[in-house]
Design a protein around this ligand. Structure first.
Ligand code: AMP
Ligand code: MG
Length: 499
């Protein structure tokens, strides 16, 4: 085989600067890797220069069989609170960081494999991933990106040609993931749990340099810089969760090891987009208590940030960590108000309201009553907003069809029309369509696409992926992709964490 040539060389800042934070490890050997998907536009954006390679070469590279120039595969160490209980050692049990590339804006991005075989962190797991789970992460990540929500992204999916054993044997695959970094709240917890404060400090300094270089107050050990880091992470999370809530996304496993300090959505497992609006919605079969239900996501993010803050206390005040508590509390207490402000601003836009500051309390009430109507009548969350945009320029029919007969919306619509009376109707509708998607990854279509892909037919997957790339532009021929799942499907729908 001819050696593939790439125009870039991997960087290894994590490997070079954070010596105690990983274990080097080679990807497992794979007999017959076969390329399932390659994200050409992302490859171009990253300047990888791999676009012209044959798919067999790409399959070799993105299954870890061929290591590109400068690559130093390693498994990262991290801990984490899972469903509230602390595990002092998790780590990459089925993933490997290959290296880093500088993106077009100069930011460094990780390129990592998932499903590339066991590591020292596998804890009895096989280190593998199934085609369905890999393509699920690929699809939902791209959908999130195209909705404008910060997320890790898939660069490639490669079938291994081998079986992985879950509840039943499944075809195996490896995902290549691109991330602003893979530093998690749990990475800080790993060293804090061992009282290795020098390492926590090293990690915090690395994180600042990589994600928040603007925090340059004083020298390396100036306590203010760690408060500033917490503040920056907290602001990114508030924005991220507001985005999730506005689009109806439920992550499903918001454990501290699944919260990236970059503010990107990471680790798509049993996640889902809500269909009928219900604040209690939860899709993960292992989340029996509903800890990670839709409505709980802001509070859980704050809880996770509190775990991050705890790891930073000894950095903020070495002699009296307890004494630093009020300082971090001030930041943590700001989280929910800040989140609410961002959510409200986004929700006002979704409702088409101009001059969003003129009557905040009135707008809040209008939103609350709108959501109450959706909940009371189990209306599809995505379609409700979208058809409201259509109602803004006179087409009421499609909106009313989502509700039971009997003028249920009349009072609320009268209030909304009054609020928007001074605005141009067509402008309002247009602006609303830019923030209220018509296409989201509908759960039944995702499952259908993954089932077919697992049987070797990628066409439904590629069709769905193509639609989700332009989620705000309605195309009449694609009505199937905008239609909610049949009721029977949602009644029994659960996604499983056994990914
Ligand atoms: P996740 O549920 O993907 O967030 O993973 C939680 C932890 O379990 C992480 O440390 C993973 O590396 C590990 N893990 C999940 N699946 C496997 C697997 N099949 N083999 C080894 N480790 C795994
Ligand atoms: Mg994880």
């Amino acid at each position: 085989m001819q050696e593939p040539t790439a125009t870039f060389r991997f960087g290894n800042s994590y490997a070079e600067e954070l010596l105690d934070f990983y274990v080097e490890c080679d990807p497992m050997a794979v007999q017959e890797p076969e390329l399932l998907q390659f994200n050409t536009s992302l490859a171009t954006e990253l300047g990888l220069g791999l676009e012209a390679l044959a798919s067999q070469d790409l399959a070799q590279i993105f299954s870890g069989q061929t290591l590109l120039d400068g690559s130093r595969p390693l498994a990262q160490a991290y801990a984490g609170h899972q469903f509230g209980g602390f595990s002092p050692q998790l780590g990459d049990g089925r993933g490997l960081l290959l290296g880093e590339v500088a993106g077009s804006n100069g930011d460094r991005r990780d390129i990592a494999l998932k499903g590339s075989g066991p590591t020292v962190f596998s804890r009895g797991g096989d280190g593998k991933a199934a085609v369905g789970a890999v393509l699920r992460e690929y699809l939902i990540g791209e959908a999130m990106h195209c909705l404008g929500i910060p997320t890790t992204r898939a660069l490639a999916a490669v079938a291994t040609g081998e079986l992985v054993y879950r509840e039943r044997p499944l075809p195996g695959a490896i995902l290549t993931r691109v991330a602003a970094s893979h530093i998690r709240v749990g990475t800080f917890q790993f060293f804090a749990a061992r009282q290795r404060w020098d390492q926590v400090r090293q990690l915090a300094n690395y994180a600042i340099e990589r994600h928040d270089p603007q925090i340059s107050t004083g020298h390396d050990n100036d306590p203010e810089r760690y408060l500033a880091l917490l503040q920056a992470v907290s602001e990114r999370q508030a924005a991220l969760i507001a985005n999730w809530m506005l689009v109806g996304f439920i992550h499903g496993v918001m454990n501290t090891d699944n919260m990236a300090i970059s503010g990107e959505t990471i680790d798509y497992g049993p996640c889902a987009f809500m269909e009928s609006f219900s604040p209690e919605a939860v899709f993960s079969s292992i989340d029996q208590q509903g800890r990670y239900a839709y409505k709980n996501q802001p509070q859980i993010a704050q809880w996770n940030l509190t775990r991050l803050a705890e790891t930073l206390l000894p950095l903020i005040d070495e002699d009296d960590p307890e004494g630093a508590v009020p300082k971090v509390e001030a930041i943590l207490n700001d989280f929910i108000p800040h989140y609410e402000e961002l959510w409200l601003a986004g929700a006002q836009k979704k409702l088409g309201l101009e001059n969003p500051t003129s009557d905040i309390d009135g707008d809040k009430l209008l939103l609350k009553d709108w959501l109450n109507l959706l909940e009371l009548h189990s209306v599809d969350y995505t379609l409700a907003w979208r058809r409201l945009a259509d109602a803004a320029d006179g087409n009421l029919q499609a909106l009313e069809a989502l509700f039971p007969a009997g003028n249920i919306l009349a009072d609320w619509l009268a209030r909304w029309h009054q609020r928007t009376a001074q605005q141009s109707a067509s402008d309002t509708a247009e602006r609303m369509r830019l923030v209220n998607p018509i296409y989201i990854p509908r759960n039944h279509l995702v499952e259908e696409a993954l089932d077919s892909a697992s049987e070797g037919d990628l066409q439904p997957f590629e069709g769905l992926l193509a639609v989700l790339k332009t989620p705000f532009a309605e195309r009449p021929t694609l009505s199937r992709y905008a239609t909610p799942a049949p009721k029977e499907f949602m009644d029994q729908y659960e996604t499983f964490c056994g990914t």
